[in-house]
Design a binder for this molecule. Structure first.
Ligand SMILES: Cc1cc2nc3c(=O)[nH]c(=O)nc-3n(C[C@H](O)[C@H](O)[C@H](O)COP(=O)(O)O)c2cc1C
Length: 343
């Protein structure tokens, strides 16, 4: 079994069975509340959640964050996620396709186009891989194999540092991301994996030519905890525990990035767990909200559980719009209904 293949199977098992969520460091959204509007003057049934992201029309501002592929269980989960994304017109990312580059025979565990012909679908690779075996050619290859609309590169220095034999040479990666952005027509999106992207780092990435940023901040899945669980020696376990609560809260990342750039398409993710938090993230400047662990747990259970989750998120988000007197996502973005709670 290749290392990458075994790692992917471990990640699914650990994220489904163990408590690997941040415990103390939150997503930061609890510091904000919406001012209630007792007289919305709108009909709840006419609230419109549709939105545009990178030229794609979505039914709601939701992204199923990059997660999995490579194993039989991953194939089933990806198909369930893609089918629900198609039904509700949501965006979706697949997990890192490095395993596919190593073992082309697992390509079918990522293939979801048949069940999701219309959704914005994103390929995925660790940006640090640009310093190891892969370059522009492989990036084009994974996008084409998936029939994807773009490529999400993940930045995960902490995860790699905690992992035994992690890929930790991040020298020159920004130039390589930039080269990729300018040498292909593929839209490149950069995300973290739960430790956040600061304002200055976002500025570098925007200047490098990325088309969107997903902050993937703290408050949800902690990859130091995941890797700590996988560690086979004391050093790895301790390292993961020490850095279990490391990173930038999602809310802080959104505010910091919007302060330096009001235009870049921005995805909020990292610890978002319900439609109220999704609404807060949008009011803080996000265009789309992504979730990983909640979609994974629901999809691993059944397609019905997954659909219930999507319906709940939509009902929660709609209720925020209703009780703040906003009829559309754009109105929510522009409203001043979200206020910081002053202690
Ligand atoms: C099982 C699992 C596998 C993941 N694999 C990837 C991956 O291959 N590539 C990636 O960019 N992010 C990956 N992530 C990270 C998520 O996309 C997301 O950034 C992170 O889990 C924080 O979101 P959450 O708090 O909603 O879980 C994975 C997450 C989970 C739960």
């Amino acid at each position: 079994m290749s290392n990458t293949f075994a790692r992917k199977a471990d990640h699914l098992r650990i994220c489904l069975e163990e408590d690997v969520q941040f415990r103390h460091l939150t997503n930061g959204l609890e510091r904000y509340h919406f001012v209630h509007c007792c007289l919305p003057e709108i009909n709840r049934s006419q609230i419109d959640l549709t939105t545009k992201f990178l030229e794609h029309e979505l039914g709601a501002p939701l992204l199923i964050s990059s997660m999995t592929g490579g194993t039989e269980q991953a194939r089933i989960i990806n198909l369930r996620l893609a089918a629900i994304a198609q039904k509700y017109k949501l965006a979706m990312g697949v997990g890192s396709q490095r395993v596919l580059l190593e073992k082309p025979e697992v390509a079918n565990t990522f293939s979801v186009r048949e069940v999701a012909p219309d959704i914005p679908l994103y390929a995925n690779l660790g940006a640090v891989q640009l310093n190891y075996d892969y370059g522009v050619k492989e990036c084009v290859q994974i996008v084409e194999t998936l029939q994807a609309d773009g490529l999400i590169l993940h930045l995960n220095p902490l995860q790699e540092a905690v992992q035994a034999q992690g890929d930790t040479n991040f020298r020159g990666i920004l130039d390589k991301i930039s080269n990729l952005c300018w040498s292909t027509s593929i839209p490149i999106i950069v995300k973290e994996v739960g430790n956040g992207i600061s304002g200055p780092m976002a500025e570098k990435l925007i200047n490098a030519g990325v088309k969107a940023i997903d902050v993937a901040g703290t408050g949800g899945t902690s990859w130091a905890k995941v890797e700590s669980q996988r560690a086979t020696d004391n050093l790895g376990r301790r390292l993961g525990e020490t850095f279990a609560e490391w990173g930038l809260p999602t809310a802080n990342c959104l505010l910091a990035i919007r302060e330096i750039n009001s235009e870049i398409p921005l995805i909020a993710s990292g610890g978002l767990r319900n439609g109220l938090e999704i609404a807060k993230a949008i009011a803080l400047g996000a265009d789309l909200a992504g979730m990983a662990q909640p979609f994974l747990k629901a999809a691993a259970e059944s397609s019905e559980t997954l659909e219930e989750l999507v319906q709940l998120l939509i009902a929660e988000l709609t209720t925020v719009l209703f009780c703040t007197g906003n009829s559309t996502i754009n109105e929510l973005k522009e409203s001043e209904a979200l206020q910081e709670i002053v202690a």
